[in-house]
Design a protein around this ligand. Structure first.
Ligand SMILES: Cc1ncc(COP(=O)(O)O)c(C=O)c1O
Length: 450
């Protein structure tokens, strides 16, 4: 019988993060100042981030040492298991091998804790007393609350309003770890008040919540800001996922042909995929697929352009695939995938043709999640279920073509706080949303006028 759960001994918890920037033939275009539109020097980011994180943002070193206190905390749940989804394979009657990396094993329920611990550690070292952030699905807010609690730092979370109401227990979890949570747009910031004045019923978006958290951080000496995705240092911290997975594949003498991750801002996808990029560059035939919702199709329908990371145009401009910083996605249940932009590093690799992208509406995604829950037992986060949908489609292709490929996807989180979404799905109440061509043209016009 083949091993189902491939456990890596704790001593193999990675000692270094892998920095894909070292292996990219063309560097990512630099971020630009939001007002002057000139390339941004490291000092300009100091009101928001501690210097160590800014240095990681621009580093082209291939390997960056993980500090011992960070590894000490990661050991609470890492290495996470790589699991062979045999029952799913059997249900699909596919010759493919399907594996998933279970990042839902973290105490906060997702991969987000990997970077939260690192970011809070560097803030603590730099003397930060308080950290602000935004959260969509609540996964990032929970992860940051956990990490702030472990390092004894105050935490304020601006939670996208639609998720705040859909997920009251995520809120309780953050509060249990000591965070102060408000629904965004809120009355606590100028950005929030302006949005509410225009649209009192605004469902909120990640772009709006980022504006609020950034404004709060720059307005206070003792406070810094923390972002759960998109930035280079966040993606770097997530590479523990792929580094562990590579070792786990060695243990069972297998290797992936297809690597899949859902992509909101790009961090869990990058975490699994980036450590495999050097193998692809040196000739291995691997397909790497980022999966997104059709309601927010950043890679598949977006435009590669310099754009802001937030609605209020406070963040630096980044070169990325974007739907426009003022795009407000429909309130689909995969709240963590409702972001208008994509990590510059993921965008660059997509632009260079090293990765592929695919988009799905929510009903087929929830159908895949249900099959996964019925066969493997785990209720997945709606975000991760996009990756499951793509993995199932790849396994079905393998069946049609009679190919025994190895497929791995990132189970970026569990869905224990998403049961209202599953309830809506089972009651047939989920709507599928498209992104019409007029919106592409509209986004292009708005971006050209930036
Ligand atoms: C479980 C889960 N997966 C994926 C994502 C998407 O983020 P990213 O693309 O940065 O991994 C989120 C974001 O909140 C999430 O909660």
């Amino acid at each position: 019988m083949p091993e189902l759960r491939i456990h890596l001994p704790e001593k193999y918890l990675p000692e270094q993060w892998y920095n894909v920037q070292a292996d990219m033939s063309t560097p990512v275009p630099p971020p630009l100042h939001p007002v002057t539109k000139e390339p941004l020097g490291p000092d300009a980011l100091l009101p928001l981030f501690p210097m160590e994180l800014i240095q990681q943002e621009v580093s082209r070193e291939r390997w960056i040492t993980i500090p011992d206190p960070v590894r000490e905390i990661l050991r609470l749940w890492r290495p996470t298991p790589l699991v062979r989804a045999r029952r799913l394979e059997q249900a699909l009657d596919t010759p493919a091998h399907i594996y998933y990396k279970n990042e839902g094993a973290s105490p906060a329920g997702s991969h987000k804790a990997n970077t939260a611990v690192a970011q809070v550690y560097y803030n603590k070292e730099a003397g930060t007393k308080r950290i602000t952030t935004e959260t969509g699905a609540g996964q990032w807010g929970s992860a940051l609350s956990l990490a702030c609690n472990l390092f004894d730092i105050e935490c304020k979370v601006y939670m996208v309003k639609v998720s705040y109401h859909q997920k009251p227990y995520r809120r309780s979890l953050m509060q249990m770890w000591g965070a102060n949570v408000v629904a965004s747009p809120s009355e606590d910031t100028n950005a929030g008040r302006e949005i509410l004045a225009r649209d009192p019923d605004s469902p909120g978006s990640l772009g709006m919540a980022i504006s609020e958290a950034v404004e709060d951080a720059v307005g206070r000496e003792d406070t810094k800001y923390s972002l759960g995705s998109v930035l280079n240092h966040v993606l770097l911290h997530q590479t523990v996922i792929g580094l562990e997975a590579k070792k786990q594949f060695e243990m069972v003498d297998d290797y992936p042909d297809v690597i899949i991750g859902c992509a909101g801002g790009g961090s869990n996808f990058a975490g699994l995929a980036f450590p495999f990029v050097p193998d692809k560059l040196s000739g291995k035939k691997i397909r790497i697929i980022a999966v997104e919702p059709t309601a927010c199709p950043t890679l598949t329908r977006g435009i590669r352009h310099y754009d802001f990371g937030d609605v209020a145009r406070m963040t630096p401009l980044m070169m990325m695939y974007t739907l426009g910083h003022d795009f407000v996605p429909t309130a689909i249940h995969a709240g963590g995938l409702r972001y208008h932009g994509m990590a510059p590093l993921v965008s660059e690799l997509y632009h260079q043709g090293l990765i592929e992208a695919k988009a799905y509406p929510q009903n087929p995604v929830f159908a895949a999640a249900t099959l996964f829950a019925k066969t493997e037992g785990i209720v997945p986060a709606p975000e991760s279920s996009h990756a499951i949908r793509a993995a199932i489609d790849e396994a079905e292709r393998c069946k049609r073509e009679g190919r025994k490929e190895t497929i791995v996807f990132n189970l970026s989180g569990h869905g224990h706080f998403d049961l209202s979404a599953y309830e809506a799905y089972m009651a047939g109440k989920l709507e599928d949303y498209d992104y019409p061509e007029e919106k592409v043209q509209d986004a292009l016009a708005r971006l050209e006028n930036l």
